[in-house]
Every structure is written in C-alpha cells, then in structure tokens.
Design a protein around this ligand. Structure first.
Ligand code: GLN
Length: 481
C-alpha cells in the first residue's frame, strides 16, 4: 500500500518497525499532495520540499500536517482566506502549532477556508473554492474545507482546523473523515485569528477516531497565553476501546426534522441501530429550545466578529489602500479588503451591538444561550451522549447554492456544541446520495474521553473504516484523468 494511504497510527508504527523513515513519509506525501491538490485546490500555500526539515525518527510524531489559514505558523502567510490579510506574515507559532512541532510534526501547508471562517462551503474564500475529493463538482463544506479535503484526499495524514459553529465537523462529514471540536477551554487558541471568541476552538481533522484522539492528546493542555484554557489533563486514548454497553444515548427529535434529506435520515437510523446492537439505551427526546440555537448563534457570532475584526483597519496588518486622509484609508482598505459575507456579518454585528438594539438582540441572545445551556445540562443528567446527523443534507453542488441563509442552516445541528462548550465529533456514517455523511456525537463539557470511547465503538462496529483501509475517494487513474 502507498505510504500516503496510511493513518497517523500506522505511519508511526511503520517508523518504529523501520518499514520507512520520516524522509520516505514526507517525500511520499509531498508527491501525492501536489498531484491531488491540482484537482481539489485544498492548499493556499505549500512549502517547497527544500523548506521542510526532516524530523527525527525518535520524535513522537514525525509526520506532515496541514493547517487552516487562520492559525499562525511562524514565517508563513496567514491570510484567513481574505484579501484583507493576503500579505500578512505570522511572526510567531500558535500554541497548537508549537505543540505539534515539539512532537516532531512537520508543517506542510496552509489550507483554504471561508473568509475569516465565516461560511460552510469554502465558496466564501476570497481566492478560490476547494472541491470535494469525492465529487469535484461539490463543495467540501466549511469553513475548514481545505483542511478536510486535504486529509480526505490523502495529501496529509491529519490537519488542523478551527470550529466556531461546526467548521471542523461539517467539512469532516462532507468529506468522509473525522472532525473533532474539543470542550471549550481544552485547547489553546493563542495564535488563532478569532472569529467569535466565546465559541472558537481549534481541533484536528483525521481519518480515524483513534488518530483524532492521538492528535487531540498533543493539543490539549493549559496555556498561560490563553486565559480561557483550563487545567484538565486527560488522555483521549485511555479507555477508547472499552465496551459501551449500558451507555445512554439521546436523539433529539428536532435534530432529525421532517426536512432532512431522506437518504441522510436512513443512514442515521442505521447508525442508531448499531448503538442498540452495542447494548446502548437509545431514547428519543424533545428539546424545543433547540430551535432557537441557530438564531442565537447568528446574533452572537456577527456581534463578536464585528468587534474582533475591527483591528483589520489597513493600519496594522495586511492590505492597505493608500489615501490622503486616515479615515479614507481605513474605510477603503476595509471596503476592498473584506468580502461580501464578512461585510454582511460586520454590519449585522454592529447593528446588534448598537445602543437601540443591544437589549432586544445581543442581550436577548445571551439569555437564550443561558437557557439552552441549562436545558442541555439537564439532558446530560440523564444521558451520556447526544446523537444526530452532522448535516441534514449532502454537500451542495458548487454552482447550486448562493443563498447565505441556506448555508446558515447547514449548521443547524452543530452550533449547539459551541454555544454550550460541549465536546463534539463528526465521524463517517456511510453514504447518502453517493456522498459521505457524518454522525454527530456530543457529550457534556470535559467528557471528551467518553466521547472518543463511544465514537470508537461505533466506528469499529460500523466497519466503515477499518484500520488502514480508508476508502479513498479517488483512485490513481481518476486522479490523473
Ligand atoms: N458555518 C458557520 C458560520 O458560518 C461556522 C463557522 C465556523 O465554525 N468557523 O458561522
């Protein structure tokens, strides 16, 4: 089997057994990544082979990885998929990157994303749209679409993304891989360009649950540079293979609505059967407040984003249109630097935070967030895990959807985890309409170990992914067509 088809775990095993060296691995991925990327356009920038230093076989993780372009890697551009930062070079490593580098991992390129992580498709990237490796005419999901497509296509064994409302999980579902959003506070966001600071988390995209646990273990930890991180040491691989008999699973009726694609619905109920075969208790429950989650999210995110993005004024970072007066320079740099969706959200955010609307919009959304959170905590007194489809639909065709509202609804099932700070995973649950679809699992805050245990048990029984036999979307002959 080609080296690039291996998972993180089997690559590391191969190095230990001396089946291959870190150099063999890097060269194999490098060659494959260039070929595959010419089809899917996942990368904004890949370093040259000469820029890559070969790690030591004794390092714990001497493997290549890709990074969403809103996470800082020293010396490389961090564009956030925007013209506003097209020439901005990061001066330092994000904590997540520093931790990976310390384990020997090798930075292998910056991946495409929706501008400033606002979107669900990568269509809102200022540069180009990434293609879904399973069907080049479809979106990979977003906003970490470049990272997900790169992993699914075998360009890298794992990648980093950021998740504010589902940006790791939705593209993972659309590309048939695993996307992890850690509990809020578990992974440092130092060096991540913020979208909405009360919701953002960095997490890995991988091809197996065990791989996501391995990378998660490296990322997790308190960081004094991010005051929101907590000191909760955990080992995601501990007990990952345990039996899940007796676990209590809840299916929120509202997360499998009438409007769901029937093929996704069927795949989901088949997945639920597998939990029952594993002797879990599965119950359907009502959670009427869930219907407010997406509206709450779309008031809080623009509000936080409009304040976070105020710093990109043409003075300190990136793109600038030179003008005589300072105000003209700022206004024009922002007008031409930012894309349509970013401007839409900044205007909405400024509106929600305005004196006249603050109470009726922002404050109200905060109250609803509290209400939703209380209800979720109640649910977790009775249940261990919430199950739902990650997305209600298969990925859109690239040309099909131009309506921002339809994209906002793609996050229907994923925003809850961010609003409440829950750990969540999207893992492959088979196919619908010829495209991969994802199963979404959420546990209570800081129950990440249990989340991985449950996800792994499903992955093993579903047999969709078996050890090193990842069902790669394209065969070599298709790639070269
Ligand atoms: N699609 C969501 C949005 O548009 C999620 C973004 C994210 O998680 N970064 O806001």
């Amino acid at each position: 089997m080609e080296i690039w088809k291996n998972t993180v775990e089997s690559l590391v095993r191969g190095i230990r057994d001396k089946s291959w060296s870190p150099r063999d691995i890097l060269e194999a991925f490098y060659k494959h990544a260039w070929a595959a990327d010419s089809r899917i356009l996942a990368f904004i920038r890949m370093p040259k082979l000469s820029e890559i230093s070969i790690p030591d076989a004794l390092d714990s993780l001497p493997l290549p990885f890709a990074v969403k372009d809103n996470i800082m890697v020293e010396g490389f551009q961090t564009t956030c998929g925007s013209y506003a930062l097209w020439n901005y070079k990061a001066g330092y490593d994000a904590t997540a990157i520093a931790r990976l580098k310390a384990s020997g991992a090798v930075f292998f390129g910056k991946t495409n994303m929706d501008e400033f992580a606002m979107g669900s498709s990568t269509k809102y990237s200022a540069f180009f749209t990434t293609k879904n490796p399973w069907d080049y005419y479809r979106i990979p999901g977003g906003s970490s679409g470049g990272s997900a497509a790169a992993v699914a296509a075998g360009c890298v064994p794992f990648a980093l993304g950021s998740d504010t409302g589902g940006s790791n999980r939705l593209p993972a579902a659309h590309c048939g891989i695993v996307g992890y959003k850690p509990s809020y506070g578990l992974v440092s966001r130092y060096g991540l360009v913020s979208l909405a600071s009360s919701l953002d988390q960095i997490g890995p995209l991988c091809r197996s649950v065990r791989d996501a646990a391995c990378i998660g273990n490296i990322l997790i930890g308190k960081d004094e540079k991010d005051a929101t991180t907590v000191d909760r040491p955990m080992d995601l691989l501990k007990g990952i293979e345990n039996s899940i008999a007796g676990k209590r699973c809840a299916v929120v009726r509202q997360s499998v609505p009438e409007t769901i694609d029937p093929h996704v619905r069927r795949a989901f109920w088949e997945a639920v059967e597998i939990f029952k075969q594993n002797r879990c208790v599965v119950e359907e429950i009502d959670f009427p407040e869930e219907r407010y989650a997406i509206a709450t999210y779309h008031i809080l995110v623009p509000s936080e984003a409009s304040s976070n993005l105020a710093r990109f004024d043409g003075v300190r970072y990136g793109f600038r249109i030179p003008e005589e007066s300072l105000t003209d320079m700022m206004a024009e740099s922002r007008q031409y630097g930012f894309g349509e969706e970013v401007k839409r959200r900044m205007l909405l955010g400024a509106f929600y935070l305005g004196e006249a609307q603050y109470d009726s919009h922002y404050q109200k959304a905060m109250k609803v967030r509290r209400l939703i959170s209380q209800r979720v905590h109640q649910i977790f007194q009775d249940y261990d895990v919430l199950l739902s489809p990650t997305s209600l639909f298969s990925p859109f065709r690239i040309t099909e959807n131009t309506d921002p509202l339809a994209f906002y609804l793609s996050d229907k099932n994923t925003v809850l985890a961010n609003l409440v700070g829950l750990p969540a995973l999207s893992i492959p649950m088979g196919f619908a309409n010829g495209m991969p679809c994802g199963l979404h699992l959420q546990c209570k805050p800081f129950a990440d170990e249990m989340l991985f245990n449950i996800a792994r048990a499903y992955e093993k029984s579903a047999g969709f992914f078996e050890d090193d036999h990842y069902p790669f979307p394209f065969q070599e002959e298709r790639l070269w067509l």
